[in-house]
Design a protein around this ligand. Sequence first.
Ligand code: SF4
Length: 611
Amino acid sequence: MVLYDTRRTAHAVLTRETETEVVTVLGLEWLLGVMTDPETLSVTIIDGYVDEPAHFGVPPYVSTYPRYTAGALVDVGVPPANITYHTIDALREEPGRWQAVDEADLMIYLGGMTVPGKYVGGTPAEPDEVRKLAWTASGTSLMGGPVKFGVGETNEGATETERQDLDFDFVAKGDAEAAAYDLVESGLEGFGNRMRDVSEVTRWARKGAFIVEQHPNHPDYLICELETSRGCAYRCSFCTEPLYGNPSFRPPESVVDEVDALADCGVKHFRIGRQADILAYGGDGEAPNPDALRALYGGIREVAPDLETLHLDNMNPITVVNWPEASREGIRIIAEHNTPGDTAAFGLESADPVVQEANNLNVTAEECFQAVKIVNEEAGWRPGGEYENAPEWGADAPKRLPKLLPGINLLHGLKDEREETYELNRQFLERVYEEGLMLRRVNIRQVMAFAGTDMSETGAAIAHEHKSLFKRYKKRVREEIDNPMLKRVAPPGTVLPDVHLEYHQDGKTFGRQLGTYPLLVGIPGEHPLGRTMDIAVVDHGYRSVTGVPYPLDLNSASLSELEAIPGIGSRTAGDVMINRPYESVAEAGVDSNVELAKFATAGSRSSEQAK
Ligand code: SF4
């Protein structure tokens, strides 16, 4: 007689007892227990990237999702060594990495694009790739992040979306990190959909900081998105942020503690980007609280004194106009602590009162103009310049980017949009330029309609109808506004330190600084990638600049670099090359109308200053 004893959990599988043969097999509960014990659980996190109205996570950015999820896993007992993290691009580059997807006891996919754009640093996961992740995973699969709001056919604007599970075992409809915690705690049985609270995010943010060390961009070319709050006091028709409810803030200590942990893991670049409105931070949800801003920014500078980038995203212009004095103080505090080239993105969305009314937009064109002016006055000074002179531009302004400038977001395809809408938007931008103010960028998008927002009924119909109008208008804004504005913000000679060299194209090298909406810089010649270089601006496109290595050594500069200097021309550039070496810039004898000293030296340094 053979008895199967499934209660015994010893690993002996076969024992003989008198007359009766007892076979001890591995008990089902025992097996499940081993597979789900947090101590032995292996977890793979795949980052498909996120782009939300108030949260960005496409490289070089890393969003909060993988960091908090890793922290939640550690908090519930999974050893950090059992957690593998890959970006979707890392999986594409090295097919062997799919093994980690296949073999993990728990595979967590994090991603979702609710405001998709075009990206240089990475390509977000497409829905088919996300499905393939679910099919490949042999263990339990969990999907989380803004993907819960819906997915389109592809990641682009003017599309409609629907909620899909993309063949995952579980979809986190609340917070992905809370789902990961509860799922592991339940022995991979399931979880209730819930949001995490402040004490959890404080713990998880610190405990999950280590995961950034597995990011392909770590440590030098990585910027961590920081969360100060979620939710919004307003209810714009197209926006997914109100789905998080009214604003709830993380106290300064919580954010500062996270920065401390990230800095210990080698992070030097930070963006306070995960909030609807930085000026409302730590207040009643709408009005500014300068003391909270001071505690936040001051605390960050204290725990990360060596940080190289501290930028922000999202400021609501309505806060600036409704509470101008407190806002001015808040903006001054930000500009004292941030690094140059910072941008406060203003969601005007439409300058057309009809569209504003139909879509419950909260700021008029006039109000937004006043807010643009206030940010220019308080933070439009440049390092080496004077606060009193803000907004600083023109021949005498220091050759660095201003501390903080507004950006304008415009959205098309909204309810009741008409032909005049395009003209009103253009006129708004023209007025800002004509009145001597600066904008760091103008972001023009088409709407993506999500379930749960007021736009879901209208969908992408208006955006499709106005497609050709949209194209013409966008071109006009690029030519008539973006280009002259860029010349004002970053005139020839402006120095951009630490431009990361990212790719080659048409005999040029392209790169960007780390930060919020960095300028794309084209540099003549093919320089080694993956390094940084200080550059000086020599020319302007619509949203990009041409630059030469700074300072440019006349004794080693290439012909194309010399030719790129404004006013020099190919003949003079050839003469400069033939007659070198020089002891000084003056010795090169270039026409004094060409401000050569602004760009060049005559030393023995290599023009490629490896850092
Ligand atoms: S103000 Fe409007 S667009 Fe901005 S986060 Fe709030 S709801 Fe969204």
